[in-house]
Design a protein around this ligand. Structure first.
Ligand SMILES: [Zn+2]
Length: 200
């Protein structure tokens, strides 16, 4: 016990490490809620949002496949969990989520972004995913959380940074539809990113 206290004191009194340098990649792909709640104590000012029921199981599946596809086409990818350190300079950033609601089937897919620098990216993703997704597509930034997503503060993306909500998993019909389409949805995100980056 004494040893643990001493170790804790030593940990808190050691000098804080230098802030990590800006890291450059073509793309950042973050899996929403992944790594929580274990990562939450490192970010005490953030709400430790664990996502909708089942969401944490699916976002890494999407993020892994999107990253795999992008890397296979020669792009560099920072594949991050929900909470990560430092600042990223990229061409495109996507934060993968699924929505959940206390009123099942009241929402659907949606897109969040912080400013007009990402509106063209949002339009392209909406065009691509609405051709595929057969349920409701909510207006962009339909919640404040979408516009002010914490991850936007850790990335500068020249071609766009989006929160992508792939559907409402608390809605049984959407959940069933999505459950057998995780890989194609992830590959569509990769296609979207390749098109977005190629436009510039
Ligand atoms: Zn989420």
């Amino acid at each position: 016990m004494i040893g643990m206290i001493m170790a804790a004191l030593a940990a808190t009194s050691s000098p804080s490490p230098a802030p990590p340098a800006i890291r450059q990649y073509d793309v950042l792909v973050s899996a929403g809620h992944e790594g929580r709640p274990a990562s939450c104590p490192r970010f005490p000012k953030r709400r430790c949002n664990l996502g909708a029921v089942g969401e944490r199981q699916w976002t890494p599946v999407i993020a892994d496949e999107t990253a795999r596809s992008l890397r296979a086409s020669g792009l560099s990818v920072a594949r991050e969990p929900a909470d990560f350190d430092g600042f990223f300079e990229v061409k495109a950033a996507v934060f993968i989520h699924f929505d959940g609601s206390d009123r099942p089937c009241s929402t659907g897919a949606s897109i969040g972004y912080h400013d007009s620098g990402s509106s063209a990216a949002a339009k392209l993703w909406r065009d691509m995913y609405s051709r595929y997704f057969r349920f409701t597509f909510m207006p962009d930034n339909f919640t404040d959380n979408l516009r002010d997503y914490y991850g936007f503060r850790q990335v500068h993306a020249t071609d766009g940074a989006l929160v992508i909500e792939l559907g409402e998993i608390s809605c049984p019909a959407q959940r069933q539809w999505l459950a057998v389409r995780l890989k194609p949805a992830a590959d569509l995100i990769a296609d979207f990113i390749r098109q977005l980056i190629a436009k510039k």
